[in-house]
Design a protein around this ligand. Structure first.
Ligand code: IMP
Length: 421
């Protein structure tokens, strides 16, 4: 398949890293199409561990790596990640869209201040300036990568934007003074250091696809954090759904061949917002401990719960998922009973569609189907060797969603995987 889109079907952290890393090896090019350094994944290569927040996963394999126009780039983070690669003796084949927006220092300050002002209503953002940067993109106050290499145009833009940002900082009580000359110097330094990578990536990507090269579109976060389809406002500010791969890269939707959805065998979320199947008992502790459910970017403990098939069915629909990789099945090992939520009850009525309204979602109570647990799936590499109860679980999920499960992950390492069961 020349153009494969990999997307998360829950609230992020579905274990996309391992699956994308596998696909990245086969691909000629890996492209990120949304988000920024709010994402995070760990890649183990050559016995070394790398933590990336911004670079596409294929970069470590010296594949062509693209940061599409839909991404927001913190140049300081990008330069740090590139320097770490250099120290490891890896030459990045980077292409950064000239249309990608730049996270400026004031975006980070605003992210923190807005969260503080929201108090116990906060979104629980990563405070990396993601939301304020996308907000500026839509408000037409953004600085783009191409501005970094155009000192004159940049100065004009800063003169237009800075007074507005200063007024906002002052109004929010943030004691920071913006200075056009300082920001200009910072941006032009970034421009000089990144110049060799900044280009019209729509040309590069479309030419690759024309030549039938394999391109992996690597989604960050997940469907339920999507700005349109997620649990708004407890979402990120971009479109992690498969459609974002087209708008975030300048590749037409008809050029995208297939969508691989990543679904964790249970549910997690970081940050705030309703979560119908959340567990606050021993089973929840089991998932946190066995699944090592702590954020890669912020280190926060993730909230855990049973697999929510109402939400997953919705995610399969809005992403047009062709096949699923079911991850972290082994985390459910050792439980007497495993549960899947197949419908909700809301205000005394059965509900089998995921609602847009958060107040409705927060009143939804899960209706569970209980299934027999199993002893161990850890490290199993063939479908036939899975305990019968685990196979029944996989088959029930696939049947409920109406989508084939083509990959099952039974442990963190590459080998602990069942391909095409
Ligand atoms: P932001 O993306 O930093 O604006 O945060 C908005 C929401 O998305 C918060 O609930 C974050 O915890 C969540 N979020 C952002 N990136 C990730 C991720 O990579 N995994 C899981 N949650 C994320």
């Amino acid at each position: 398949m020349p153009a494969v889109v990999v997307v998360g079907l829950q609230w992020g952290d579905e274990g996309k890293g391992k699956i994308t890393d596998f696909w990245a090896e086969k691909a000629d090019c890996v492209v990120r199409f949304q988000g920024g350094n709010n994402a995070g994944h760990t890649v183990i290569a050559g016995g070394k561990k790398y933590k990336f927040h911004l670079l596409p996963s294929g970069v470590i394999r010296e594949k062509e790596a693209v940061i599409g126009n839909g991404v927001v780039v913190d140049p300081e983070v990008l330069l740090e990640e590139l320097a770490a690669l250099g120290q490891a003796g890896i030459t990045p084949h980077m292409h950064i869209s000239d249309r990608a927006h730049v996270i400026m220092p004031y975006h980070r300050w605003l992210d923190g201040a807005e969260e503080n002002l929201l108090g116990n209503q906060k979104i629980g953002t990563t405070r990396r300036g993601i939301g304020p940067c996308y907000a500026d993109k839509i408000s037409r106050f953004g600085i783009r990568m191409d501005d970094l290499t155009d000192p004159e145009g940049l100065r004009e833009k800063l003169h237009r934007i800075v007074p507005i940002k200063q007024a906002l900082l002052d109004a929010l009580g943030i004691e920071k003074k913006l200075n056009v000359d300082d920001l200009h110097a910072l941006c032009t330094r970034w421009g000089t250091e990144l110049q060799e990578y900044i280009e019209d990536t729509t040309l590069f990507l479309n030419a690759l696809l024309e030549r039938k090269k394999t391109v992996l579109f690597e989604g960050a976060q997940g469907c339920l954090l999507d700005i349109d389809f997620g649990t708004y406002p407890y979402v990120t500010s971009s479109n992690p759904v498969a459609g974002g791969a087209a708008t975030g890269t300048g590749v037409g939707p008809r050029r995208l061949d297939s969508v691989l959805g990543i679904l964790k065998a249970y549910t997690t979320r970081v940050g705030e917002g309703p979560f119908p199947t959340e567990l606050r008992d021993e089973a929840g502790d089991h998932l946190v401990d066995r699944g090592q459910e702590y954020g890669t970017t912020t280190g926060r403990k993730r909230r855990c719960g049973w697999l929510d098939l109402v939400a997953a069915r919705y995610a399969c629909r809005v992403n047009g998922v062709d096949e699923i990789a079911l991850t972290k099945l082994d985390v459910l090992d050792g439980l007497d009973t495993v549960r899947v939520c197949t419908t909700y009850t809301c205000d005394g009525k059965k509900r089998d569609q995921f609602p847009a309204s958060l107040s409705v979602l927060s009143r939804c109570r899960p209706h569970y189907e209980d299934m027999e647990g199993w002893n161990s799936t850890a490290g199993i590499t063939s479908y036939e060797k899975l305990p019968a109860a685990a196979r029944r679980y996989v088959e029930r999920v696939s049947q409920h969603l109406g989508v084939p499960i083509s990959v099952i992950s039974t442990g963190p390492s590459r080998e602990e995987t069942i391909w095409h069961p």
